[in-house]
Design a protein around this ligand. Sequence first.
Ligand SMILES: [Zn+2]
Length: 289
Amino acid sequence: MRVGAHISSAGGPEKVFARAEQIGAEAIQLFVSPPQQWRSPKIGEEVVAEFRKEDKRLGLPVFFHGIYLINLGTQDEKLLHRSIGSLQQYVEWAGILGVEGTIFHVGSHKGAGFAAVKEQICLAMLQVLEAADNESMLLIENNAGQGNGIGSTFSEIGEIIRGCDGHPRIGVCLDTCHAFAMGYDITQREGCELAMTEFDQEIGLDRLRAVHANDSKMPLGGVRDRHENIGDGHMGIEGFKVILSHAAFREVPLLLEVPGIEGDGPDRENVNRLKLIREEVGAQGVDGL
Ligand SMILES: [Zn+2]
């Protein structure tokens, strides 16, 4: 079980590795373009070479997070088209840079209902994977259930994957805060067992490729996406002990997306908190210790 984090790619994607090292992160997530803009990533050859060199030096699993503007459930043709284009670019860059996958939010159906947009979502995802023909994965992130968000339940995510004929390059990133806000009580042994059994039945545990490890400012079932530092929210240290001791998470990299103690995002303190919990529950670290 690796303890990783979202790392700032300010100044270039190749800069994430040294920053990850500084906070002791064992897996990396980054944006390869500004997440609030449609601007496509422009990455020069030297940056690719440096990124691959650094990646090889540290040997950490690396993931992209797609931009926030993406909505595959939209009724707006232009927005759908741009969303597909953005994901294609990310998945293409993932192949070029040797990144494992692109984690993204499917979007919102804005009241139309999931059933009305499901087919469109599946077609869009298949279009992305076809255009970006490499080994990298497209990873659906569960959401907190606010604003008609798609993929807040494991059954909806499962339906999307089946709608894509179980494409082998589609996986899932489970956000602990979003699941908790959606009412999955993964902080209690019984609740965690129930949730992960449901995950296995609806999606399949082999599709779980990354975890966003975030505590929650909102209580269980609060249906809002408010990340908190590990141990400082409603999930708590004990809650994370339950999660990290569940077999479903043993081989899956954890990626922090927490506000940080100083408010600058994932930091050494949050990494250390998770590592300590990992140690206490007797889960294996990166060296198999
Ligand atoms: Zn997340």
